[in-house]
Design a protein around this ligand. Structure first.
Ligand SMILES: Nc1ncnc2c1ncn2[C@@H]1O[C@H](COP(=O)(O)OP(=O)(O)OP(=O)(O)O)[C@@H](O)[C@H]1O
Ligand SMILES: [Mg+2]
Length: 344
């Protein structure tokens, strides 16, 4: 993307008190709600924001919500992918150049900082910026003025900077790859974009929204996801975060055998996810519909079934595996309705 973007149409806000642009960020887990409240607090300021988080967690969505929901929302949003533009071109992309500044500079061109006057420059993948440009960026952030490449005239522009990275920038500073002074200048307002595995309670909502969208765009009818498949989706660790989920839903909508997504429709990497063993990873506790005793009972039942399957339904061995008395195991099997003849 090389040009400034106009404001998208505002939708009505079903998230009470939040800017309509937060609606593009689906979720109601406590960690994503913290992000919403930060967006609300800082969107109308011109303070520099650094968004950090793993790839595919929605950093760009957060940047757009900040810009389009704030005072600068009807001014340009100018994204720059610092990792995708070769270092030698990035300087003239950001600052512009004068005619004749270098071999192919046949005419004067304004840079992204000038383009973003009144609006926002989104510096994506900021950790990839070369040390030479890091120095120049620091100066621009402090003075809000710069010269085009090959030019002598000082140009002023009123832009806000939102930067993003999927690296740990503090770690990059410690390793000598990123300037400490620039790091502090960028992290005036830090926002952490949480990984999907830490907000699994958002999976049903995301699934629903992606299913709805892809059913329309791919002209398919999928009514939902069955319980086993949903459990599998929740158990998976989502290394590619929301982007991985979004792409997976697109594929499943196109390839699903029936109108409901089942285990058969899930890709192999999900089916290979081991069931939680000794200590389950503790997912985030949802605000509603949470009942400790039900969850513990459900987990106990699954461990008993697993132990019985593993030992060929020999109860003595299963009891040993679980380190409980045989009578305790029998009593628990009865309580949980575990019976080989009915499949579990
Ligand atoms: N909470 C969310 N609700 C809806 N869609 C989301 C959400 N988070 C991410 N997405 C979608 O996932 C995809 C990746 O999001 P985005 O590009 O914002 O991630 P990113 O953190 O910038 O990733 P990268 O570090 O790889 O650039 C996009 O298609 C985006 O629309
Ligand atoms: Mg991104």
């Amino acid at each position: 993307m090389t040009t400034a973007e106009a404001a998208p149409a505002k939708k009505s806000s079903p998230k009470p008190g939040l800017s309509p642009f937060c609606n593009n960020i689906i979720g109601k887990s406590s960690s994503i709600c913290k992000v919403f409240s930060l967006i609300e607090k800082v969107q109308d300021t011109d303070s520099t924001v650094l968004i950090q988080g793993e790839s595919g967690t929605g950093k760009e969505l957060i940047a757009r919500a900040l810009h389009f929901g704030g005072d600068r929302g009807n001014k340009p949003f100018v994204p720059v992918n610092c990792g995708a533009i070769p270092a030698e071109l990035l300087e003239s992309e950001l600052f512009g150049h004068e005619k004749g500044a270098f071999t192919h500079a046949i005419r004067t061109r304004i840079g992204r900082f000038e383009m973003a006057d009144g609006g926002t420059v989104f510096l994506d993948e900021i950790a990839e910026m070369s040390p030479v440009l890091q120095v120049k960026l620091l100066r621009v952030l402090q003075e809000k003025s710069f010269e085009r490449v090959g030019g002598a005239k000082t140009i002023s522009s009123d832009f806000r900077v939102i930067a993003a990275t999927n690296r740990d920038l503090a770690e990059e500073v410690r390793n000598g790859n990123f300037r400490e002074d620039l790091y502090y200048r960028l992290t005036v307002i830090p926002i952490e974009s949480p990984p999907l595995r830490d907000r699994k309670s958002d999976i049903p909502l995301l699934l629903e929204a992606f299913l709805k969208r892809f059913c329309v765009t791919k002209k398919r009818v999928i009514t939902g996801v069955d319980d086993d498949a949903l459990e599998c989706l929740k158990r998976y660790q989502w290394p590619g975060n929301v982007r991985e989920l979004e792409n997976m839903v697109e594929r499943m909508v196109i390839l699903a055998a029936g109108e409901v997504i089942t285990m058969e429709d899930l890709p192999p990497q999900l089916l290979n996810t081991p069931a939680p063993a000794n200590s389950p990873t503790i997912a985030e506790i949802p605000e509603t519909d949470f009942c400790l005793s039900e969850i513990v009972a459900d987990y106990e039942r699954k461990l008993i079934v697993r132990a019985l399957q593993q030992t060929g339904w020999v109860k003595n061995r299963a009891a040993k595996l679980l380190k409980v008395n045989r009578t305790t195991l029998l009593e628990k099997m009865k309580r949980h309705g575990v019976d080989k003849s009915v499949g579990n």
